[in-house]
Write a protein that binds this ligand. Structure first.
Ligand code: ADP
Length: 272
């Protein structure tokens, strides 16, 4: 016969095992719910442009095709929705790869100033079109350990938003400054003088498909509601931090840390 202590031990062990199983079931349920939610979200997002395209083509087939002016307008509208589906598909593929961990970051030494300047130069045209001044504040160069394409994507998404959610005559500043006390990390920031985000929405803007103003970004055909979710995932994959601060109707600031690859001493060499 087993001693009291042995029985006690066996009972405790089986309780522990059943707790582990329970936790595992909970984890799988969470994944399953997440998957269901994701599919629901995607279907919802696809519905709007698909029905719009269907509507335009139907109207054309019902006779509008004979009116050259209407015909052109409707085809253009259909095309805008096709483009929207393309953006959406691209972003969805990106986020699903990031969320499943399929997309591994290719960490290299990158020259941060060159990368920021490159992205800013490419978005200058867009800023001018929106009557927004886009400038940089890069007093010093840094070499950081990061995935070049992913950090490029982060910068594009953040700067693009700062232009999009700005006001006429507004400003966007992209800058880099030292972050950690030991000088091993830097902070990259994108600050705007735009419409801002209220406190209750700040926590939610990195959720996929979350938009403060549901109609606004859909109308311009470009916003997928995935930009900041992608940013969050990329920064997480780098084991870095993302900060969001905003004052409604005044400004927003999105910033993230990066780790320096060129840090050798506490004293920094001036920019070469
Ligand atoms: P979207 O495609 O809608 O721009 P994002 O994921 O990039 O999707 O952003 C989510 C939402 O966060 C936006 O719809 C907008 O409401 C808000 N937002 C993002 N960036 C800014 C900003 N710089 N200023 C104000 N609101 C912003």
């Amino acid at each position: 016969a087993k001693s009291h202590d042995e029985l006690d031990y066996l009972i405790k062990q089986s309780v522990r095992a059943s707790k582990t199983v329970e936790r595992e079931i909970q984890r799988l349920n969470r994944i399953e719910n997440y998957r269901k939610e994701f599919i629901g979200d995607i279907s919802h997002e696809l519905k709007t442009p698909i029905f719009a395209i269907q509507g335009f083509i139907e109207t054309l087939l019902n006779g509008a095709i004979d009116d050259e002016e209407v015909n052109h307008k409707f085809l253009e509208k259909a095309m805008r929705n096709v483009n929207r589906l393309i953006y959406l598909t691209k972003d969805l593929m990106e986020i699903s790869k990031l969320e499943t961990g399929e997309l591994k970051s290719d960490i290299q030494n990158i020259n941060l100033k060159d990368l920021v300047m490159d992205v800013v130069t490419n978005l200058q045209y867009k800023a001018e079109k929106a009557d927004v001044v886009l400038k940089t504040d890069l007093p010093q160069n840094y070499v950081v350990s990061a995935d070049r394409n992913q950090i490029r994507q982060v910068l594009i998404n953040l700067i693009d938003n700062s232009i999009k959610y700005n006001v006429k005559g507004g400003k966007v500043t992209v800058g880099v400054k030292p972050w950690s006390k030991d000088n091993t990390r830097v902070l990259v920031y994108v600050k705007d003088t735009g419409i801002g985000i209220s406190q209750q929405h700040i926590e939610r803007v990195t959720e996929r498909f979350f938009r403060v103003d549901k109609s606004r970004s859909r109308e311009d055909g470009e916003g997928t509601g995935l930009g900041l979710a992608i940013v969050k995932h990329i920064i997480q994959a780098h084991n870095e931090e993302l900060f969001i601060e905003s004052t409604p109707n005044v400004s927003s600031s999105f910033s993230f840390t990066l780790s320096r690859a060129d840090h050798t001493s506490f004293k920094d060499e001036p920019n070469q």
